[in-house]
Every structure is written in structure tokens, then in C-alpha cells.
Design a protein around this ligand. Sequence first.
Ligand code: B12
Length: 214
Amino acid sequence: MSSDILANLKQAILDYDPDAAAEWATKGVEQGINPAEMLAAMTDAIRRIGDGFNCGDLFLPDLVGGADAMGAATPIIQEEVRRLGAKTDSTGTVVIGTVFGDIHTIGKTMVATLLQAEGFIVHDVGINVTADEFIESVRTHNPDILAMSALMTMTATEQRKVIERLKDEGLRDSVKIMVGGGALTQEFADSIGADGYDPTAPGAAKLARRLLGR
Ligand code: B12
């Protein structure tokens, strides 16, 4: 039964069908399917669409269609994570955003969702976030971790800029920095002086705990 729901959820993304995606996510929640499994099923689908785009079989409207379908299902899963993760003690505080010039939101939102599932208080500052805005959020929320997502080769370098700005402002040592997103590698993360990198959302949540020794 649960594998049927996961398969249908995945198919809804591949069909660019937001109504079906929302319906199957709701059924998944009702049946108690692990939110991480639902997110993973949808990730498989959007990556397949991305592969099609890469080899020229699919086009930008296909990316938009898949992303819209994911956008319809994700809040339903997020709400369930919030409900399940209403823990009394928070694990820590995270500010997360997608860097300037980059409007990809899906992976960042997944990481935010799974951080919440791990008991973190998450301030999601959105997409296309400038270095100034990241600095401002660090000042406002005083997080344990700043998490940045970048999906494009060109925007990955924004993460370096934010880290340099944090140093200039004397804030670098007050916060752990983790980076991720399709355009990144561990080598790149090391080269910009991030404290951690992980290629997956579940791995990001574990990394966050590790960085804080919790
Ligand atoms: C969907 C999509 C879009 C949608 C985004 C919709 C949305 N609301 O997010 C739309 C259609 C808007 C879009 C636009 C563009 N896109 Co686009 N897009 C994609 C696509 C197909 C999927 C991205 C995605 O959501 N993946 C699924 C998520 C779950 O994966 P993820 O983001 O990598 O996140 C995972 C991990 O990386 C990690 N993670 C993510 N963030 C973080 C953060 C931390 C701290 C950690 C630890 C981990 C972590 O956890 C996540 C879950 O496992 C990718 C191809 C691909 N294979 O990725 C191209 C892709 C990213 N896009 C690309 C391009 C070029 C563009 C456009 C320039 C296209 C155009 N010509 O206009 C524009 C750019 C607009 C902009 N300024 O940002 C390129 C980038 C190439 C590059 N390397 O530079 C890609 C790789 C496609 C390609 N092969 O050409 N895109």
C-alpha cells in the first residue's frame, strides 16, 4: 500500500499534476508514510525530469511543471513534519536560504523540512538571498547554523562571498556554516571554508546535529 502511494506520488510529479501530487501526499500522510520517503520519491521524479532536460528530451516548461507539482505536495508533507516534530526541546536554530541569483527552492525546502523533523527551529529566508540579507538574518536570529543552497555553478560562488562577509563583520565564529545544492562538491565546500557539506537532505539534517555535537 505504502509503495503504491509513493509510486503514485512520483508519477504525479512526472505528469506535472499538482492536484494529484497534493492528493497522494495527503494519502501518504493519512497512511503514516515517513515524510522523508515521500520527499525522496519526489526527488527521484524531479531528477528524472532534470536528466531529460539535460539530454534535450525535455524543456523549461517541463522543469516548471515538475516543480509546480512538487510545490503542491511539499507543504502537506512539511505540515506533517511539523506535527510529528513538535518536540519540547529544540536541537538548535538554523537560518537557511538559497543564494543570490538562484531561485531553485525545492532542495532547500526539503533540507529545511528534514531539519525541522530533527527538532531544529528553522528560519527559511527564501531564495535569491543576497549576502547582506544573510548577514542581517544571522544578526536577527543568532542561529547555531547558517545553511546555504546553490544549484548552479555560477551561484555556488555566492556562498564564498557570504562567508567572507561574515568574517568581515566579525560574525564567522558565531555560527557553523553548512552548504549544499546540486552544483556543489565536498572539495568546493572545503575550499570556501564551510564547516560542512552533504549531498542529500537527510544527510544535511544529520550533519547539522554533528556540527553541534548533538
Ligand atoms: C526544477 C529545476 C528548475 C525550476 C526550479 C523551480 C523551483 N521552484 O525550485 C526552474 C524551472 C524555475 C528552473 C530554472 C532554472 N534552471 Co533549473 N533545474 C531544475 C532541476 C530540474 C531540478 C532541481 C531540483 O529541484 N532538484 C531536486 C532537489 C531535491 O535537489 P537539490 O536541489 O540538488 O537538493 C538536494 C541536495 O542538493 C541537498 N541540498 C540542497 N540544498 C542544500 C543545502 C545544504 C546546506 C545541504 C547540506 C544540502 C542541500 O538536499 C536536497 C535533497 O536531497 C535541475 C536539474 C537537477 N538535476 O538538479 C535544474 C538545474 C539546476 N537548472 C539549471 C538551469 C541552468 C536553470 C536556468 C538558468 C534555466 C534557464 N535557462 O532559465 C533557470 C535558473 C533560474 C535561476 N536564476 O535560478 C541547471 C544548472 C546548471 C549549472 N550547473 O549551473 C540544472 C542543473 C539543469 C541543467 N542540467 O542544465 N530550474
